[in-house]
Design a binder for this molecule. Structure first.
Ligand code: ATP
Length: 371
């Protein structure tokens, strides 16, 4: 598949010297669903606005479908944007809202009706064509905004936090709808969000941004299972972070010593320095809580500790443990126990317990990451 978007060394500096996007390069393939993910202020929206043509880069180049569009105005680019607040005209019907861009572009009236109907069927909203936005639910308004963006057949659909004003349940439904719409249309989608679940559920590829830079990009599972830094590990999903000293490290793994005990990792430890401090990241669901005298599989790390709290959360039981690895300072970890476990196996606070951790599930990063 060829690249539909090529962003080369893009930099955007706003007046006052604010660097919103910092020398960022990224290629997006035709038909891909790519999400720009990061905390508020990391430059996601500015990136999207640069691609849409609402901002001109300070440096760098933007190419769309092989054409250099860096200096072109938005209406000459084959992209369309869906905004967070939908930006629908309240006095127009759904059909008029969707057809607005076509009327402005001077398309013949008879063609407008046909194209509007096609776009409304794509989002399953044909029966609401004569309603006004005020008569629609949040999710329906979002679908009108989508239909309006799709009606002119853009090559790329840009979505700026499109689900952020919906409540949690509707948001989940719309995430799946958007993903299915993408699969049906085969268009290229570029989404901006600060919501990691949204990014993981919908995207083929996620680009994690920090201070205007692309710090890691990959499929959701690549990023979740093999985060390249503590920042990415923390941003995507929950992770236990514990700190220790590197006593062995090479590309096949590492050993991290604590005040009392050690853990072994079988993931690449080549970026670590012997004798330096490191952050050890372990996902809660990758930690096995040893129930009723169970033993750990061969080669696993086994750590002991005291149960601090135990929270029944329906699908999982979250156990907070104070590990013995810190002689003076407590090390808390969160462990997820399947809720199908016998209720009598749920530990009480104060119980002594052991956990088993597969060395393939232990990520280790330099504690102070070089920029
Ligand atoms: P959010 O999730 O809060 O929308 P974001 O990751 O999308 O954040 P941007 O909106 O791209 O971040 O902003 C990146 C940086 O650029 C921020 O420091 C912001 O204050 C700054 N910025 C954005 N737009 C402008 C502007 N028009 N003028 C000056 N500074 C701006």
């Amino acid at each position: 598949m060829s690249n539909i978007i090529e962003l080369t060394a893009l930099t955007k500096i706003f007046p006052g010297g604010i660097v919103a996007v910092d020398n960022l390069s990224l290629n997006i393939k035709e038909g891909e669903f790519v999400t720009l993910l990061g905390p508020s202020g990391c430059g996601k929206t500015t990136m999207l606005r640069l691609v849409a043509g609402f901002e001109i880069p300070t440096k760098g180049q933007i190419s769309l479908a092989g054409e250099d569009v860096t200096e072109l105005p938005p209406y000459q680019r084959q992209v369309n944007t869906v905004f967070q607040d939908y930006a629908l005209f309240p006095h127009m019907t759904v059909a008029q809202n969707v057809g607005y861009g076509l009327r402005v572009a001077g398309i013949a009236k008879k063609d407008i009706g046909k194209q509007v109907s096609e776009a409304l069927s794509m989002v399953d909203l044909l029966e609401k064509a004569d309603n006004r936005p005020g008569q629609l639910s949040g999710g329906q308004k979002q679908r009108v905004a989508l239909a309006r963006a799709l009606v002119r057949h853009p090559k790329v659909l840009l979505l700026d936090e499109p689900l952020s004003s919906l409540d949690a349940n509707l948001r989940e439904t719309m995430q799946i709808e958007l993903k299915h719409l993408h699969q049906r249309l085969g268009l290229t989608f570029v989404l901006v969000t600060h919501d990691q679940t949204e990014a993981m559920v919908m995207s083929d590829r996620v680009v994690v941004m920090e201070e205007g830079r692309n710090v890691q990009s990959g499929t959701p599972t690549e990023l979740y299972d093999h985060p390249a830094s503590a920042y990415v590990a923390n941003f995507l999903g929950n992770s236990n972070m514990i700190f220790g000293r590197v006593t062995a490290a090479d590309k096949n793994g590492a050993t991290i010593d604590f005040e009392n005990g050690a853990v072994r990792s079988f993931l690449d430890g080549a970026s670590l320095t012997l004798g330096e401090m490191a952050s050890v990241s372990i996902r809660p669901e990758k930690i096995g809580f040893l129930v009723d005298g169970e033993t750990a599989p061969e080669g696993f790390n086994v750590l002991t500790g005291t149960v601090h709290d135990c929270l029944f959360q329906g699908n999982v039981i979250r156990i907070e443990m104070n590990l013995d690895i810190g002689r003076d300072t407590p090390f808390f970890v969160e462990v997820h126990l399947r809720s199908t476990v016998s209720r009598s196996a749920i530990p009480q606070p104060g119980t002594r317990a052991s956990v088993a951790i597969d060395p393939h599930c232990v990520s280790v990063f330099p504690a102070d990451e070089p920029r």
